[in-house]
Design a protein around this ligand. Structure first.
Ligand SMILES: [Zn+2]
Length: 307
């Protein structure tokens, strides 16, 4: 058995200088057609059954859409027309509280301010002279120029939550209306019901935090809050799975996986790259996943995962 899990975020027609890197519906359609030549698409409930021991032979693909972005409903329309299932992982606090997750504030800022300008603005406020960057930073952020890699690393892993919040929120407040942007960016209650009725709905944290950086109680609180909201909106129907926000090695840990298992999910998705094989079904809370760019039919034209 081989299982390729492919991840998407923004689905829109516009293009930006930075920050937001969407796929268009047309590009998604072409990628689905390409993937269908190598893999059989499965629904999240089918993968839940496989991780529970109902093993099947074959090459399978699960399409996933993270963050609960409204524009992903256009992707759902396309996939419905093609008869292709998918999983949609929704971050709950933005929908419940009409706020914008810091990661999306940052994307928006970076779509209107260059990375060099933003890096300069941060260094004017905070002393960065002692900061060192990891040797594998190129692998961590594969698609970004050097100043963007450093900026992302700073914002994701170096700045304290308070420092980051202060900077990102201050910039965002200068250039956007938060409730209005939230309403335009995220799904609403009706969208959640649509996804739930298809059995495509999954969890993606409450506040979109790198869970492994939180205390055990913090991980429980965030995961529990996201499930509470999804169940309140959509009933107690099973939410099969969680996609860990950010999903990389610094955002996911054994503790995060164990706590997720304790909440009754069937599997959890990382952003650690690779194709899952039979042995990976033994650790269903640490499944590998690849970005749309790397998958067959993706922007990079890679054939790495063509089997
Ligand atoms: Zn996310």
């Amino acid at each position: 058995m081989k299982l390729l899990i492919v991840n998407f975020h923004y689905i829109r027609e516009e293009t930006y200088a930075g920050g937001i890197y969407p796929r268009t519906v047309c590009q998604l359609a072409e990628q689905v057609d390409c993937l269908s030549r190598h893999y059989q698409f499965i629904a999240p409930a089918e993968l839940a059954a496989m991780t529970a021991g109902n093993r099947r032979d074959g090459n399978f693909c699960l399409l996933t859409f993270d963050d609960g972005l409204k524009e992903q409903m256009a992707a759902l329309d396309l996939l419905q027309r093609k008869g292709v299932p998918a999983a949609f992982y929704v971050t709950t606090a933005p929908i419940r509280d009409h706020v914008v997750a810091d990661v999306h504030k940052l994307h928006y800022i970076r779509s209107v301010v260059t990375d060099i300008q933003l890096f300069d603005l941060i260094s004017q406020r905070i002393d960065l002279s002692a900061v060192t960057y990891p040797e594998d930073i190129d692998r961590l952020y594969r698609y970004d120029p050097p100043e963007s890699k450093r900026l992302k690393y700073l914002l994701n892993f170096i700045l304290t939550a308070d420092e980051k919040d202060r900077i990102v929120r201050a910039f965002f407040a200068e250039i956007a209306d938060e409730p209005a942007y939230s309403a335009s960016l995220y799904m609403d209650a009706e969208d959640l019901m649509t996804l739930s009725s298809l059995d495509y709905l999954g969890a993606h944290g409450d506040a979109h935090l790198p869970l492994a950086t939180l205390s055990t109680e913090g991980i429980r609180q965030d995961t529990g809050a996201s499930l509470d909201f999804l169940r309140q909106q959509c009933g107690t129907k099973s939410i099969h799975s969680i996609s860990y926000p950010f999903g990389g090695p610094k955002a996911v840990s054994r503790t995060v996986a164990e706590i997720s298992a304790g909440y009754g999910f069937a599997f959890g998705l990382t952003m650690i790259r690779g194709v899952n094989e039979d042995v990976d079904m033994e650790t269903p809370f640490l499944l590998k996943r690849v970005d749309t760019n790397d998958a067959p039919g993706g922007k990079l034209g890679s054939t790495e995962y063509c089997i």
